[in-house]
Design a protein around this ligand. Structure first.
Ligand code: ARG
Length: 362
């Protein structure tokens, strides 16, 4: 038995209470009748919008939650055709990118739409004789795209097409180049990459999580904020199983890489992260450094406490991958209880109970 009814009641109570609205009893009985009749219910656009904001506020892994009330929610539950769906996704990219002044945005699509991309914009990855070309994290999706007739150019930065499945039919859609804002990563003083051009895209738009509000699951609800520099500089470009650039950077900086204790990895990381922040800033693209993000998170914690709410969080995700102990989060414990509404990985939507999600930090 689904607990849609009790989830709906809990959500509506929160929604009416936090917004100081009248008429909760009527709305709840209306929703209960609809659930009894149809097994589900349709949320109003306002409920959907506030529910999406709550899902962000409850995202234990996210350090950027101070801005939760500013989320721009696009209600595209009625996008009827494949063309509508593509239009809506491309509009999301354009609206969110906003020429570099990134806007936190979430679009809700019909539950019949299945988007196979991990993010709306992400680079392909290919196995080759000389090792992986591009992003190793995209190997499986890239292979799927090529099996469906797509052929990537095999640079390290080929933007994958959108892969959309509706009624069991998959189709691929190239994202128009002019919608894909990218930044060349250039260090202000050193050539970090031995002459190779390294870049990253401006907007991280997660597209493989299920948004759950009041017992309703929205399996296609891509959302974005803006980057924290370390996501690119200390993970995407640095992880040994991603672009693995630390050895290249260290060599370019003339560091002694013959032993760990020269701290060449640490020095390379700092210069690479400096280059990411500086490049985005010079390009006029929103990005936050991890120290500022931590201070903003402290403000979020304070705001929440002032509203009588506990902040839940996943420590290992909140603490940045470099200079962890220089942020306040390192020195605290966080309860990783799952509050709802929330976002869940596509495979695993757990039943209601405090749980801890296993998984990689990405
Ligand atoms: N870590 C992911 C990436 O590097 C993006 C996750 C969402 N990040 C964000 N700042 N909203 O692509």
């Amino acid at each position: 038995m689904s607990n849609i009814r009790s989830e709906a009641e809990q959500f509506l109570n929160t929604y009416y209470e936090e917004l100081g609205l009248e008429g909760i009893a009527n709305r709840i009985s209306e929703v209960i009748r609809e659930i009894e009749r149809t097994g589900t219910y349709r949320q109003t656009e306002e409920e959907l919008t506030y529910g999406a904001k709550l899902a962000w506020r409850n995202s234990n892994r996210c350090i950027g939650r101070l801005a939760w009330e500013q989320l721009h929610v696009i209600d595209a539950r009625d996008a009827a055709t494949r063309e509508d769906v593509i239009d809506v996704l491309l509009s999301h990219i354009e609206y969110a990118t906003n020429g570099g002044r990134i806007r936190s945005t979430l679009t809700v699509l019909p539950e019949t739409v299945h988007l196979l991309n991990h993010q709306l914009i992400r680079y392909a990855g290919y196995e080759s004789e000389e090792g992986v070309i591009g992003d190793p994290a995209s190997l499986a999706l890239t292979e799927l795209c090529e099996s469906l007739g797509w052929r990537g150019a095999r640079t390290d930065f080929d933007v994958l097409p959108l892969v959309i499945e509706i009624d069991g039919v998959r189709s691929l859609h190239e994202i128009p180049e002019e919608l894909v804002l990218e930044v060349d990563i250039i260090h202000p003083e050193h050539d970090l990459f031995g002459g190779t051009k390294i870049k990253w895209y401006a907007v991280p738009m997660i597209s493989d999580m299920i948004l759950e509000i009041g017992g309703i699951r929205y399996p296609c609800a891509p959302f974005n904020g803006w980057y924290m520099g370390t996501e690119i500089g200390a993970r995407n470009l640095a992880d040994a199983d991603r672009y693995d650039l630390l050895p290249t950077v260290a060599r370019s900086l003339g560091l002694n890489t013959s032993k760990d204790r020269t701290l060449w990895k640490d020095r390379a990381l700092i210069e690479l992260n400096g280059a990411v922040l500086d490049s985005f800033e010079r390009a006029g693209i929103t990005i936050v450094d991890h120290h500022t993000a931590a201070r903003q998170f402290a403000r979020f914690e304070k705001n929440e406490n002032a509203c009588g709410r506990d902040v839940t969080g996943e420590w290992a995700w909140l603490v940045p991958p470099i200079s962890g102990a220089s942020t306040h989060m390192f020195h605290k414990d966080y309860s990783n209880e799952t509050k709802r509404p929330n976002f869940f990985p596509r495979e695993a939507v757990p039943v209601r109970c405090p749980f801890s999600m296993a998984g990689e930090r990405t």
